[in-house]
Design a protein around this ligand. Sequence first.
Ligand SMILES: [Cu+2]
Length: 141
Amino acid sequence: MRPRLALLAIAAFAVAASAAFAAGCGGSDNSSSTAAGSTTTAAQGGGGGSSVDVRETEFKLNPSDPTVKAGQVTFNVSNDGQVVHSLEVEGPNGDQKLGSDLSPGQKGLLSVDLSKPGKYEFYCPVDSHKQMGMQGEITVQ
Ligand SMILES: [Cu+2]
């Protein structure tokens, strides 16, 4: 009786562990696009912040000089290019970066606290894309 119970427990643990491993491993890349898509409406519906659409291509940000109102700003980033891109904003409280890089065609949301008026740099942190022109300046009014 006892040994059999122990075996069952071990087997159950192994199944749970491998399921968790598979979910954490294979799921991360594919699920990020759907997760980003589903949070789009939530981010825009809640809060009083503004949002900015940013398109990334090789090697520029469009727009590269957006002007926003002070507050929580959501960057609606789409990778319209042919290689992986990401986005990082040097806000008043430090750097804020997309949770995961964007494959070509992917979109992502980056919410940044830009509650202090001023000018803030933003850029693509992938490889040397910033130096190649994927940078700009956000004006917060
Ligand atoms: Cu890039």
